[in-house]
Structure formats: C-alpha cells, structure tokens
Write a protein that binds this ligand. Sequence first.
Ligand SMILES: [Zn+2]
Length: 142
Amino acid sequence: MTEPVRKDHIRRENVPWRTTDDALTECGLDVRDCQALTPQAMLEKIAEQGEVRASLSSCMTCWQHRRTDRGQLLRDAVSRLINRSWHGKESGRVERELRAIGLLVAAHREEFETTLRDMDEAVDIRTARKKPPAQNFGGLKL
Ligand SMILES: [Zn+2]
C-alpha cells in the first residue's frame, strides 16, 4: 500500500501593510494545517521539477492560482481585501487600515512622494534582462 502524496499548497500573497494575519492558502486552508509554499517557492519547485512533475504534488486549486507576476499577486491581494471588506469581521478593519495609511502618508508626504518617484525610476531587472543589448557603433544606433 502506498502512502498518499502530500500536496503542496500556495500561500496567498498579503497586502504589504499586514504581517501575520490572513495566513491562508490560495484554496482557503489555514497555512498551519498544511504544507504551504510561498509563491516564489512554488516557482522554484516548478523550475527544479518541471511543470508536470511539480503539478502532481501540488493542490490543483492552488496550482490554478500560481503567478509569476508580482504585480498580479499584489492586485489579487488588494482585490480579496476589498471584496472581504463588504461583510463580516473585516468590514470595519479595512476601512480603519486605509484611513491609517492615509494619515501616515499625510504625516510623511515628502518621504511618500520620494518613494513613489524612486519606484517609478527603478529598473525592473526582469524587463532589462529580456532586452537585447543596445548596439552602439560610434554613437550610431542600429
Ligand atoms: Zn491548496
């Protein structure tokens, strides 16, 4: 008799201002009750084992939510938060968090603006790697 294969789940990305709350997997399990990988760890597993083999030891619901785009992970986290804010225990908390963020930004406006500007000017290393090297012959672009 063979033992059942333990399935890896994917931990949900959380909004940046929350730390330990909402420790759920993409399929809704508490991360303390299962083997939950971070999205990055799941990508490393896929890179090491290949798509097919990695999928065989992964929860299929979580597998459908695997993402490579960090921006999409964050957008999903914000979307979940907003959707939950309409009802239940989250309803007042999300509103308080957004108001607190607004107060913090108002108190540190210059630092906030500088951070946004720095983020706008930062080079995305993944995008930079995809571009072919510029060919420059004596100032002439080819
Ligand atoms: Zn799962």
